[in-house]
Design a protein around this ligand. Structure first.
Ligand SMILES: [Zn+2]
Length: 397
């Protein structure tokens, strides 16, 4: 068989990776690619250009997600869609999101190079605001089009500067009035397959480059209010203090101990301290607990152990079990291990909306993610492209 070799795809991978490298790069080496910002705009233009290079035109749905179609999903669909996102968390890594979008375009190249004539349209998708780093709701783009995030609530979300999602969308040149469920777009997706860097060491431990994802752990966020009394750090006797920071310490210790006891994960990664002065006993602390586990009951047990604190649930995503037949088919095709993950993804949102979905994970040698240190070896990235190509070929055969 002739045609482009793996090395040709490697060169194209290098080119696309080099084009993305400077976008939203922070001085410390991480990435800040928040939704509906200048960096995000540049990434959107990059997507349109890469689609254009392949003769695919890009359509934007009612939440700002981008879709490039090979074939017509309205007449010959629904199609098989692959892709991920290009936005990042603050000081994020280079791979979380972009690896899935780059691999999607490279898989299209590889299918064409092999002369594959798809029996169904193939779509490349880039979801808007997956990380929720700016407006606080993860997977906002996929949640909006599937109706999981009500349009009114989405429009009213604000960032730390008080800018609403509506205004940010408008400032980016899109029609914020359109924000809302988009059944026409959702109907085009018959199957969704998201390739993503693994956010853990499962593959490193197995010494294997690519896995099939079968499940996303149930996960949620709780806001905890810890009241106290403001006072002077230099004149208030210890016995006279009502210090909410001690309650915060107990909360953090309690969350950690509960997670360890119940085989779960719990994190206090964000706190708001008032007034946040060095020489002032705080009047109030707000803390956020993120809790996840393989089973809902484990999360519930961790939360039960924190019952002494007043908490409000801000988000809850039940367990996502990807399409069992699809997972079995893909793991057979690739002879690859099957792994679950504690991280949320657009594939999970689409799955919850009834679309058969699954994921592919690419080995992450250290397991580190959401960090400038996030990394995947080039050879593993190319193995991911090859795996995605084989899966797509089978799904459109
Ligand atoms: Zn991601």
């Amino acid at each position: 068989m002739t045609g482009p070799t793996l090395d040709d795809h490697g060169k194209e991978f290098d080119r696309m990776w080099a084009d993305l490298a400077p976008v939203g790069r922070e001085p410390g080496g991480g990435y800040r690619r928040f939704a509906w910002t200048r960096a995000d705009h540049t990434l959107r233009e990059w997507f349109v250009a890469e689609a254009g290079r392949r003769g695919l035109s890009t359509v934007v749905d009612r939440a700002g997600n981008q879709w490039a179609w090979w074939g017509d999903p309205d007449t010959d669909g629904p199609g098989v869609v692959t892709g991920s996102h290009l936005d990042s968390v603050p000081s994020g890594g280079a791979y979380d999101g972009p690896l899935g979008v780059v691999s999607a375009f490279l898989a299209v190249d590889a299918l064409r190079a092999r002369g594959v004539r798809p029996s169904r349209p193939i779509g490349v998708a880039c979801f808007a605001d997956e990380e929720g780093a700016r407006f606080g709701v993860a997977c906002a783009g996929s949640r909006i089009i599937t109706g999981a995030l009500p349009a009114d609530r989405a429009r009213g979300l604000t960032d730390d500067d008080g800018t609403s999602l509506s205004d940010a969308v408008r400032q980016s040149g899109y029609d914020a009035e359109l924000i809302g469920p988009d059944p026409k777009t959702v109907r085009r997706v018959g199957t969704f397959l998201e390739l993503h860097i693994e956010q853990g060491r499962g593959l490193a431990d197995l010494d294997w480059p690519v896995a099939v994802g079968n499940m996303i752990w149930p996960h949620g966020r709780w806001r905890v209010e810890l009241a106290g009394r403001a006072d002077h750090a230099g004149t208030t006797a210890l016995a006279d203090r009502d210090d909410p920071m001690l309650r915060l310490a107990a909360l953090i210790e309690g969350a950690r101990a509960g997670a360890a006891r119940h085989d779960a994960l719990a994190t206090v990664g964000k706190v708001k301290i008032e007034p946040n002065g060095v020489n002032a006993i705080p009047s109030h602390v707000t803390a956020w607990v993120d809790c996840r586990a393989a089973e809902t009951e484990r999360v519930e047990r961790v939360l039960a152990g924190l019952a002494e604190f007043t908490s409000t649930n801000e988000s809850w995503t039940p367990v996502t079990v990807f399409d069992e037949a699809l997972v079995a088919q893909l793991s057979r095709t690739l002879d690859a291990p099957v792994l679950s993950t504690g991280a949320g993804h657009d594939a999970g949102i689409l799955s919850a909306a009834g679309i058969p979905a699954a994921m592919l994970f690419v080995r992450n040698p250290t397991g580190v993610s959401h960090s400038p240190d996030e990394h995947a070896e080039r050879a593993d990235c190319l193995a991911g492209v090859e795996a995605l190509t084989r899966c797509l070929a089978e799904l459109v055969a």
